[in-house]
Design a protein. Structure first.
Length: 125
C-alpha cells in the first residue's frame, strides 16, 4: 500500500468521523501555492481546518509532532486564503487528526480539536 493510498484512507475515515459529529465537509484538499488543507468542514459554530496524518502502528513520529510550526504557518496562510474567498461568520479552528492505519484498515482516530491557533502569526480571521 502506497503512502498516498494510506493517506486517502485516513482522510476518508476522518470525513466520516466529522460527519457523524454533525459537520458538513465543505472541501477536501484545498490548495494554494505553498499550502494545502486536507479537510475543511463546518458545523453551527466553527469552520474546522483539519490536517490529517495517517500513520502505521508504532510510527517514529506522531501525527501531532509532524504538524510543526512551519506546517502550521502554511495551513494558517491557506486557511486565510479560503476565508477571504469564502467569507462567513463562523469561528475558524485548527484541528489535527492522527489516523493509525494497518494494511488498509483503520485501527484508531485520535482527533485533536483546536490543536493550535494563530497566535504569533500575522493573520486575522
Amino acid at each position: 500500500m502506497t503512502r498516498y493510498e494510506t493517506g486517502r484512507i485516513g482522510e476518508d475515515a476522518v470525513c466520516v468521523y466529522l460527519e457523524n459529529l454533525g459537520y458538513e465537509i465543505i472541501v477536501r484538499n484545498y490548495r494554494i501555492k505553498g499550502g494545502e488543507i486536507d479537510i475543511i468542514a463546518r458545523n453551527d459554530e466553527y469552520t474546522a481546518f483539519v490536517e490529517v496524518k495517517s500513520r502505521k502502528p508504532n510510527a517514529l513520529v506522531s501525527g501531532l509532532e509532524a504538524v510543526n510550526k512551519r506546517k502550521q504557518a502554511l495551513i494558517i496562510k491557506t486557511a486565510a486564503d479560503f476565508c477571504c474567498k469564502n467569507p462567513d461568520t463562523l469561528q475558524p479552528r485548527f484541528d489535527i487528526a492522527e489516523v493509525t492505519v494497518d494494511n488498509g484498515k483503520i485501527l484508531s482516530i485520535d482527533y485533536i480539536f483546536n490543536a493550535y491557533d494563530t497566535t504569533g502569526y500575522n493573520f486575522i480571521f
